[in-house]
Ligand binder design. Structure first.
Ligand code: DLZ
Length: 159
């Protein structure tokens, strides 16, 4: 497992100490083959970057629309420093795709604006399952890195 900070940051950027960071993941059961893969790779990356296994919390919700409530609950009760919302919305023959994407995006925006914990938008929005499978191989790691960066950002603001 590569260390995300070694390939996405210049050598002058200090790697954040993630050893005491508490990261939550809220994961959908819809398209679970994709979301479980995102979760597995995200957790592997978190650990590779120093997050302790006991500081990683996973909770599941039915679909992407429920990520909003799930993340809001975790913000309130989770004792968590950053939350990764993992979902996958695949375009179908109905307008559902657009409603779900708009609704969940807006909901996660609200949580970032008004909550005290950063929420990472880890929802894949794709046309086909094949696209989702391809993206799932790299995106979980990116979401993990983003969560660590946002905890580090918060700590810098507070120091
Ligand atoms: C209803 C629905 C549909 C059609 N497609 C998806 C999808 O591709 N990905 C996903 O995460 N959830 C989907 N859902 C379920 C909604 O997110 C939600 O669970 C239901 O509308 C109930 O609120």
């Amino acid at each position: 497992m590569s260390n995300a900070f070694s390939y996405t940051h210049s050598s002058s950027t200090a790697k954040p100490d993630a050893s005491d960071m508490r990261i939550g993941l809220v994961v959908t059961e819809w398209n679970s083959a994709i979301t479980e893969r995102l979760m597995t790779l995200a957790i592997e990356q978190l650990k590779a970057d120093g997050v302790q296994e006991q500081n990683i919390t996973v909770r599941r919700v039915p679909g992407s629309f429920e990520l909003i409530y799930g993340c809001a609950q975790m913000q309130r009760h989770g004792y968590i420093d950053a939350i990764i919302a993992l979902g996958c919305v695949i375009r179908g023959d109905t307008p559902h795709f657009d409603y779900i994407c708009q609704g969940t995006t807006q909901g996660l925006v609200e949580l970032n604006l008004h909550g005290t914990t950063p929420v990472i938008n880890g929802i894949l929005t794709v046309n086909t399952e094949a696209q989702a499978q391809e993206r799932a191989e790299t995106k979980g790691q990116e979401f993990a890195l983003t969560a660590i960066q946002m905890v580090d950002f918060t700590r810098q603001m507070q120091s």
